[in-house]
Design a protein around this ligand. Structure first.
Ligand code: SF4
Length: 385
């Protein structure tokens, strides 16, 4: 076990594994244990310790098969099946950036309280079961509420997904900041496409949009070039935020064309900034979708590109879906087994699904709840008053 950092903070000895997982052991235990055990042994022991996401400093819940938490049912981790040949694979939550438009309120957040990380074998075994229900052209799309590449076992995940019989395509989303050349070399031949979110080529504007001075647009540009050099296709995915990066779309297209993005898939996926209820709110007037599509049409004309994309442009089609375990209105008795992703939410397990339960009761409580959301096998329940 190699620690990327070891330091003391407050009452804890902190061990950072693979740059992402913080294992915090209270000094009072560490002092006693270190007389007898090595640091590696202390971190492996089932003694009092707390896991945190090193990027977000939030509590980190490790989801393993033994945890008893299923991988279907929540949008923060696991698998999402929206009834097509594309399965969303979410190995980790939490982000290294703080984009001012973030739809999942990542970075400096008012709403998120917990992050999750999923054991690779568990994730791939459950993925394979789901993929077996579908056609022989499954796309494994690695995304999540945050930056997927903070997952410390990404290469192992890609290697194992590649071995799932009916997987045809593997793609992932990234902001590019935690990808380096070594990772790109290791990913060559394993991943088909990276959707890279680049919202401005101007360093100052890009940092304003990313919400952090740590953002380095030259690094991200270099990542795009290196991915292409290693045979990995790139889709550039800027978020168009009116008043912030209006002039950048044309520049991103011209730069993307110059480096040759979009070899096998569309090269540009421009997204309209949408003010979501639980996302970050930019002080701007969002564009209506008809205005947005008009502007895309002008760029399409100018650059001879298709920018208004549909799932079919990526080979995505309907495919058998996992049956639902509950219906809206179902009344359940649920045991709360883990903290939820947001404040006022806990996780429960029933009928092979994980359910986000809106409650202030602690882990270990039993609550009566009503299922209020079932779309795409994502479950939310609210407790009675
Ligand atoms: S990179 Fe994505 S997840 Fe991270 S803060 Fe920006 S928009 Fe949110």
């Amino acid at each position: 076990m190699i620690f990327s950092e070891i330091y003391d903070e407050g009452r804890d000895k902190v061990f950072v594994m693979h740059g992402t997982i913080e294992v915090r052991v209270p000094h009072q235990f560490y002092a006693k244990l270190s007389r007898k055990y090595s640091d590696e042994e202390i971190v492996s022991l089932q003694e009092a310790k707390v896991l945190r996401n090193h990027y977000t400093h939030r509590e980190l819940v490790y989801i393993t098969r033994e945890s008893g938490i299923p991988l279907i049912g929540h949008t923060a981790f696991g698998l999402i099946d929206r009834g097509t040949n594309l399965i969303q694979v979410r190995p980790v939550s939490g982000c290294n950036l703080n984009c001012i438009f973030c739809s999942v309120d990542e970075g400096h957040t008012q709403t998120r309280k917990t992050d999750f990380i999923v054991d690779t074998d568990y994730l791939v075994e459950e993925f394979a079961k789901l993929a077996a229900l579908k056609s022989d052209d499954v796309e494994a799309h690695i995304d999540g509420q945050g930056e997927p590449f903070i997952y410390p076992y990404m290469i192992e995940l890609l290697q194992k997904l590649r071995k799932v019989p009916n997987v045809k395509t593997i793609s992932a989303q990234s902001n590019g900041m935690v990808i380096d050349e070594e990772k790109i070399r290791a990913m060559a031949g394993l991943i088909d496409r990276v959707n890279l979110s680049v919202s401005s080529l101007d360093q100052r504007t890009a940092q304003i949009l990313a919400g952090t001075k740590k953002y380095d647009v030259e690094h991200v540009k270099n990542v795009a070039v290196k991915l292409l050099e290693h045979g990995i296709d790139v889709l550039l995915a800027p978020v168009w935020v009116p008043g912030f990066n209006d002039g950048e779309m044309a520049k991103i297209i011209e730069w993307g064309q110059s480096i040759g993005v979009g070899r096998r898939y569309p090269g540009f996926g421009i997204q309209n900034y949408v003010r979501y209820q639980f996302g970050k709110k930019v002080k701007t007037k969002p564009m209506r979708f008809d205005q947005f599509f008009e502007k895309l049409a002008v760029l399409e004309q100018q650059y001879g590109l298709k920018l208004k994309l549909t799932p079919a442009d990526f080979g995505i089609h309907r495919a058998p879906a996992l049956p639902k375990a509950f219906r809206k209105g179902d009344q359940l008795k649920l045991d709360l087994v883990a903290p939820g992703r947001v404040h006022g939410e806990m996780l429960a397990v029933a009928s092979g699904r994980v359910i986000g339960v809106l409650t202030d009761r602690p882990v270990g409580s039993r609550v009566s709840a009503e299922i209020t959301r079932t779309t795409d096998n994502v479950y939310v329940a609210k407790t009675g008053s």
